[in-house]
Design a binder for this molecule. Structure first.
Ligand code: AMP
Length: 249
C-alpha cells in the first residue's frame, strides 16, 4: 500500500504572530516557518505503518510556493520515500487544496491519505473532509489511534468527552489528532539522505484544477489586549468582586 501524507508549511508554532498594519492578513516576511504540527504526526504515523510492514511507500505532498519544498524535505528527512510538490504562488484555500490533492490522488491511487486535523495558520479544519468528499472516499477525522486491517482501517477518534472507534473501508482519508503519536526528529544522516530523494513538481494547470480562492478575507484583527489583573486582600473581597463587578456568580 502507498500512503499519502499532506504536509503544510505554516508559521512556526513558537512564533508570536503579528497582524499586518493594513489588516489584510498576518506578517509572514522573515518569520520562521515549519511543518504544521499535525502533519508531523501524519508523517510519523505513515512511517510507523511502513515500518510495521503495512505500507510500502510513504509519499509527502505539499502545495504552495517554492519554499514548500523545504517542508517536503523535512518529511523526507523524517523518512518519507519521495515528495510531490504542487507549485503555485497563488493563495490556496482548503477547497483548492482538496481539489488539487484529489487530482494527484487519482493519478497515484494511494490506499490511505493522511492529513492533519487542522492547519495552525488558518485553523480551517476543512481540507481532509473536503478531499474525502470530492473523492467519494470514507473519512475518519481526529484520529488518536489507527489500526490497518486487510481492507479497512479501525480509527479511534477524539470526540467531545470521550473516544469513538469507527471502521472505514480503504481507500480512505484520515486526519490526525494530537495524541496519535509523538513524531520523531530527523537524524543528521537522514537529513543528508533526504537531499537525494526525488520531489516531483506539478502545477494546478497541469492537473487541470481551478485553484482560485472562493472566499474573500475582509479583515484580520489582533485579539483585544488583556487588562492588568488586581490583587485582592481576602476571599470575601474576591467573592464580592466576582458577584458585584464581574457578575459571574
Ligand atoms: P486546514 O483544513 O487548512 O485546517 O488543513 C488541514 C490539513 O490539510 C493540514 O494539516 C494539511 O495536512 C492539509 N493541508 C492544507 N493545506 C495544505 C497545503 N497547502 N499543503 C499541504 N497540505 C495542506
Amino acid at each position: 500500500m502507498k500512503v499519502f501524507v499532506a504536509v503544510k508549511r505554516v508559521i512556526d508554532y513558537n512564533v508570536k504572530v503579528r497582524v499586518k498594519a493594513d489588516g489584510t492578513g498576518v506578517e509572514t516576511a522573515n518569520v520562521k516557518m515549519s511543518m504544521n504540527p499535525f502533519d508531523e504526526i501524519g508523517v510519523e504515523e505513515a512511517l510507523r505503518l511502513r515500518e510495521a510492514g503495512k505500507a510500502e511507500e510513504v509519499v509527502a505532498v505539499g502545495l504552495g510556493p517554492r519554499q514548500c519544498q523545504e517542508t517536503i524535505r523535512t518529511a523526507l528527512a523524517m523518512g518519507a520515500d519521495r515528495g510531490i510538490h504542487v507549485k503555485t504562488d497563488a493563495e490556496l484555500q482548503p477547497l483548492a487544496v482538496a481539489k488539487l490533492l484529489k487530482a494527484v490522488i487519482e493519478e497515484e491511487r494511494p490506499g490511505l491519505v493522511i492529513l492533519g486535523k487542522q492547519a495552525i495558520d488558518d485553523d480551517s479544519s476543512q481540507t481532509g473532509q473536503m478531499t474525502a468528499a470530492l473523492l467519494g472516499w470514507p473519512q475518519a477525522t481526529f484520529a488518536s489511534r489507527l489500526d490497518i486491517g486487510n481492507e479497512s482501517a479501525r480509527v479511534t477518534r477524539e470526540v467531545d468527552g470521550g473516544l469513538e472507534t469507527v471502521d472505514v473501508k480503504m481507500p480512505c482519508v484520515v486526519t490526525t489528532d494530537l495524541r496519535l503519536n509523538e513524531p520523531r526528529y530527523a537524524s543528521l544522516p537522514n537529513i543528508m539522505k533526504a537531499k537525494k530523494k526525488p520531489i516531483d513538481e506539478k502545477t494546478p494547470e497541469e492537473l487541470g484544477v481551478d485553484a482560485a480562492p472562493r472566499l474573500e478575507t475582509l479583515r484580520v484583527t489582533e485579539p483585544p489586549g488583556r487588562e492588568a489583573g488586581i490583587k485582592v486582600e481576602s476571599v470575601a473581597e474576591l467573592v464580592d468582586k466576582l458577584r458585584n463587578e464581574a457578575g459571574v456568580i
